[in-house]
Write a protein that binds this ligand. Structure first.
Ligand SMILES: [Cu+2]
Length: 163
């Protein structure tokens, strides 16, 4: 009995594609302007305070300017792997901006969808630099992912928790 080995050929195509992507990345790196020095220092570490006092009686104090915009940072894997540098993001309800950096040799975007799957915001698909997606979110659990075909299925997604 002889087996056809087509299945193996398919398996080998993934590393091949990766090598190709890396090769393209090297080429693109030569032509790209390496001028922008990204401000990588983000000192505001959202302190994860989980105060488990279950008294959520007051519905948000009207006095404080509650909607101070928050900026979350997210980056695509710079080597071209189909994943983000984070699989979870956390924010407070209100205005939420996602500053998405893509130094990968592939174009990506960041898209945010509700648990039911409806898209709440989709950033531009781009390669190089960073772009911001601004959203208004209420408390809940959302998904963020790249909507370029195939990327989400390959692992380019995560969970955005808003509380
Ligand atoms: Cu992508």
């Amino acid at each position: 009995v002889r087996f056809h080995r087509a299945g193996r050929a398919v398996r080998y195509s993934i590393p091949t594609a990766l090598a190709l992507a890396l090769g393209l990345g090297a080429l693109a790196g030569c032509g790209g302007s390496s001028s922008t020095s990204s401000s990588a220092s983000t000192p505001s570490t959202a302190s994860t305070q989980s105060s488990s006092s279950a008294t959520s009686s007051t519905p948000a104090p009207a006095s404080a300017p509650a909607s101070a915009a928050q900026t979350l940072t997210l980056a695509a894997n710079p080597e071209g792997q189909l994943k983000f540098d984070k699989t979870s993001l956390t924010a407070k309800a209100g205005s939420v901006s996602i500053d998405f950096t893509n130094m990968a040799p592939l174009a990506h975007n960041v898209t945010v969808a509700s648990p039911s799957g409806s898209v709440l915001g989709e950033g531009p698909t781009f390669q190089g630099g960073s772009k911001t997606l601004a959203l208004k979110l209420t408390a809940g659990t959302y998904k963020f992912y790249c909507s370029v075909p195939g990327h989400r299925a390959a692992g380019m997604e995560g969970t955005l928790t808003v509380h």
